[in-house]
Ligand binder design. Structure first.
Ligand code: GLP
Length: 275
């Protein structure tokens, strides 16, 4: 597993956006061989989405031949609720890029049969021969998507009960009212993420520091589900300095030294698009 440390949130977002853009244009996607991108919600990826929107507006990148799969969705929130993940993605990303609507995939948290909906999602991912790059965030308790502590590390898309810690953390989007945060969500499994050809995890801020320490320095453990990425052949943790606060000084130094040639976000752009 790689770890790329950037000085702050903005620089981390720049690196993330340019890295995703580069992955797409290097793949030279066509209509019959699209690039398949897994995407997260949360406050962390907002900066990355802004960078991608900017690159799309400038013509550096196009999403015409990109298929997206979002990681998760609350159960029972009306589709146009401002905090539904579908609405979040439309407001912050999809409505601002050139992606065809039919290329966008979400879990439907209002489906009549939620189990069947989860199976449909796995099949849809399979119909594109899997995900090329899965971008994810990390919960304060080390979860990926909504794979809360104790989730099977080989889990597939399914319904999950949300942990109190997650509902409390997400209550900031629901007027600080924990009772307004849904109790259940549909989420891709840890196994679903592990099947992606590449995984990029974003972590920013002091409240992610405890999780990062467990995920990077300790063993694979179902209580910190992102730690499963240690077994992935192409997984990268991209974080800012604050998120490294509980890692050993030597660990941070080690990864910075290993990645010194890859730290400059400018190096991720094609020469003609560099500033
Ligand atoms: C939710 C989402 C996760 C996300 C996490 C962290 O639990 N299901 O996908 O990674 O929040 O969100 P934030 O980036 O706002 O800290």
């Amino acid at each position: 597993m790689r770890m790329i440390v950037q000085r702050d949130y903005d620089q981390m977002s720049l690196w993330a956006g340019r890295y995703v853009a580069r992955s797409i244009y290097m793949a030279e996607p066509k209509q019959n061989s699209p690039f398949v991108l897994g995407l997260p919600t949360g406050s962390t990826p907002l900066g990355m989405y802004r960078v991608l929107i900017d690159l799309c507006r400038k013509g550096t990148i196009s999403f015409q031949n990109v298929i997206t799969f979002n990681m998760d969705e609350y159960v029972g929130l009306p589709i146009d609720h401002p905090e539904s993940y579908r609405r979040f993605m439309e407001d912050h990303f999809f409505n601002h890029i050139d992606i065809p609507k039919e290329n966008i995939n979400f879990l439907d948290g209002n489906a009549g049969d939620l189990k069947e909906e989860c199976m449909r999602y796995e099949e849809a991912i399979g119909s594109f021969e899997g995900i090329d790059l899965f971008v994810g965030g990390i919960g304060n308790d080390g979860h990926i998507a909504f794979n809360e502590p104790g989730s099977s590390l080989s889990s597939r898309t399914r319904i999950k009960t949300l942990a109190e810690e997650t509902r409390a953390a997400n209550s900031r989007f629901f007027g600080e009212e924990i009772s307004q945060v849904p109790t259940y969500a549909l989420t891709v499994g840890v196994g679903t993420v592990m099947d992606a050809r590449e995984v990029l995890i974003l972590a920013s801020g002091l409240n992610k520091a405890r999780a990062l320490k467990h995920v990077v320095e300790e063993g694979i453990n179902h209580m910190w589900t992102v730690s499963a990425m240690q077994l992935h052949s192409r997984a990268t943790i991209l974080c800012d300095e604050d998120a490294t606060d509980e890692l050993k000084v030597g660990t941070v130094k080690y990864f910075k030294q290993m990645e010194q040639r890859n730290l400059d976000p400018d190096s991720l752009l094609p020469p003609e698009a560099r500033s």
